[in-house]
Design a protein around this ligand. Structure first.
Ligand code: NAD
Length: 309
């Protein structure tokens, strides 16, 4: 199977090199020229806790793409996914059978991708793998993770099994989910609480958690998300959602880290808030559910994004 990872930054780099190392024909596609050139000149430079090594994976600039793929894994930031798909269409990289898989954080990606291909060719994935970018052609990989996948229409298929097998051969610890939407919403709940609040307060997750009334503070945000999720047929449990967030608090988990949104604001780039709290507000309006906490958080992050420009 010919695979492309479209958006080959931190996480796309991780998925791409693990697929390459397992013998898969994989191409990294990105629009960042320095990054693509660096990968082609000396391989992707991988930094782990105990070593630095090069992986000679193929990389191409989006404008130079002249082939089609059987599976395209979209790993741009959420707001650039449609531009990426549009460009791949124009390059004839999506053939009649091409499967499109999204592993991006946030909500609503299946519906967005369905403007380009039917839902029986869309695969939704959620991952607990992490990765960082050190510079052009350099990624930092620590820790372990896993992937859950399901076809967007919820129907089991041979292709789902093939993708799952390919991911497992690449040691990406994949499982086929029977309800990936639940996992996507559970992760989006965590991200909609910790990402914006640590960004607004300029705190690491552990510093944020040290506030005595932290549970009282985050409860209304979670309650709004659960109500909106319910209206969309996803049954999230309050206690389980809270436990998932609390599990990130200790230093041994994510306590010492700033969430990615904090890092995006520090870098002066756009955040994914419109696919987290912003999506909750948007769905809330659609279903007549009031979401004042998520509305305010979205506004605050947009204000911080403006400060950067
Ligand atoms: P990143 O910024 O490191 O990488 C995104 C890449 O997409 C960049 O290399 C950028 O140049 C490229 N890109 C953006 N728009 C493009 C376009 N129009 N054409 C071509 N290339 C384009 O981001 P990331 O951290 O790898 O995150 C990607 C997605 O994965 C996000 O949705 C993120 O929330 C999710 N995610 C990331 C991690 C992580 O640890 N990094 C973990 C879980 C989920």
């Amino acid at each position: 199977m010919k695979i492309a990872v479209a958006g080959a930054g931190a996480l796309g780099g991780r998925v791409g090199i693990q697929l390459h190392e397992s013998g898969v024909d994989v191409t990294l596609i990105d629009k960042w020229e320095e990054h693509v050139n660096a990968i082609n000149e000396k391989g992707m430079e991988v930094h782990t806790e105990d070593k630095v090594y090069q992986v000679p994976v193929k990389a191409k600039l989006l404008e130079d793409i002249d082939e089609s793929y059987d599976l395209i894994i979209i790993l741009t930031k959420a707001m650039y996914a449609e531009d990426m798909l549009q460009a791949l269409y124009e390059k004839n990289s999506i053939h009649a059978e091409t499967a499109i898989l999204t592993m991006m954080n946030g909500l609503g990606h299946g519906d967005r991708l369905a403007k380009y291909v039917s839902k029986d060719r869309i695969y939704l994935a959620v991952t607990m793998w992490t990765a960082g970018l050190k510079g052009p052609g350099q990624i930092v990989l620590t820790g372990s993770g896993g992937i859950q996948i399901q076809r967007a229409d919820g129907i089991a298929s041979k292709m789902t099994e093939e993708i799952n097998d390919i991911f497992n051969t690449a040691n990406l610890n994949s499982i086929i989910s029977r309800d990936v939407q639940h996992s996507i919403w559970a992760k989006a709940t965590l991200n909609s609480v910790l990402n914006p609040l640590c960004s607004i307060l300029d705190k690491r997750i552990g510093e944020f958690a040290a506030y005595g009334a932290v549970i009282e503070m985050i409860t209304p945000i979670i309650e709004e998300i659960i109500e909106v999720a319910g209206a969309r047929g996803v049954n999230l449990d309050f206690d389980a959602s809270l436990e998932k967030i609390k599990a990130a608090f200790p230093d041994s988990a994510a306590g010492l880290h700033y969430p990615s949104m904090h890092q995006d604001l520090a870098k002066g780039v756009q955040t994914e808030v419109d696919y987290l709290n912003g999506k909750i507000s948007e769905y809330g309006k659609e279903y007549g559910i009031k979401t004042p906490n998520n509305d305010m958080i979205t506004h605050l992050i947009h204000q911080l994004e403006m400060k950067n420009h």
